[in-house]
Design a protein around this ligand. Sequence first.
Ligand code: DSN
Length: 448
Amino acid sequence: MDERLIKNQADLINKGMNELREYDPELAKILDDEVERQHRTLSLVASCCAVKPQTLAASASALVNVTAEGAPRKRYHAGCQNVDLVEALAIDRACKLFGAKYANVQPHSASNANYQVLSALLKPGDTLLGMDLDHGGHLSHGSSVTLSGNYYKAIGYKTTPEGVIDYDEVRKLAHEYKPRMIICGASAYSRIIDFDKFREIADEVGAILMADISHISGLVATKRHPSPIDAAHVTTMCTHKQLAGPRGGLILSGRDADEKVPGMDKTFRQALQHCVFPWMQGAPAVNIIAAKAAAFGYASTPQFDDYIGKIRDIADSLASAFKEKGYEVIGGFTRNHTIMLRLNGDITGAIAESALEKCSIIVNKNRVPGETRPSFVTSGLRIGTGSLAQRELDESGCYRIVDLVSRILDRVKPINNKEYELDSNSIQTFRSEVEEICREYPIKSYME
Ligand code: DSN
């Protein structure tokens, strides 16, 4: 082979970065600025963490050049020998990590995975029982602004005032509406989900149970949260929230994989295999599948177990600190990585999110049970600990951050639902404090 040919992944990525800087400095600068932004801001976003550099590298592999419709060893294209090995590795690792019998690693996101499963197992007009968006559910679980709430007759179950899923209501609604599918799993929920109870209810009414564990995938993988793999007929998740993986989706099935789908002449394995390709998706992003394989590999290590342990410890410390500062933690405590705060008075979720961002603290405004404000305003904040755990924050760091949040929000003077005053001197002072915390607790995996 010609000596000048680049023959390995690392050299290709280096050449690419050099070329980007030389030929497209505008884009290169934005990308560099983002790395820097992540170092000097504190992310308290429940759905984020920093992708492991090894996983990032896998996502930038030359596999991206291969078109590979189909499944390993059953492709519609030639030239797939390495892609087949990578996809088979990702499937094997996903099954081992979660104790599943079937895995589909091709969905581009968890929402896509959810729609793929819905469209495979339900007919338009069938009834779907999912968690109400205001009570912590996800858009794709039946919200009226999405396909899931329009192609299907979506019914929402709620949480109690303590922020706990009202299983009696779930049972009542299931018996009343006889849904074809019940979806459990949440985007803004701080308690343990009783997957076995959901299955019991689903079986009582002959419904299919789908669990979306995007938010708690790491807790499930490390056995800090009960697993839905055998309780639900189908489990979905994204790979970037707690797995520190690439943006992508995953579909799994456990003990029901080779059972017949009720009312269909197919097993779950067959229906799930068909629902991604060719039903809804074309060629997979095989470079992202490589990154998923890397993420599943990392998620099987003791280091990952430590990381998820920190996610839990930090969540407990933050919840206590917010309560000490007089904030309402919905439900009073957390059992996972999420803390839901109901804000008092005129400080809306939108104002808090914006004011904190000005001071380099990133949070999400969020709807809360009993919400009276629109989605772009809201009365709550959703706090999560995936990114803070990568900074290996200790208890004193947690208290410093909560103290900062509290002092920032105390200085904010709301004008209306979205506008507010916060003087520029205070912003500068708060930013410096955040940067000091960021320096003291750097993102460990992003250090030399
Ligand atoms: N599902 C949304 C969230 O929880 O933030 C986006 O991933």
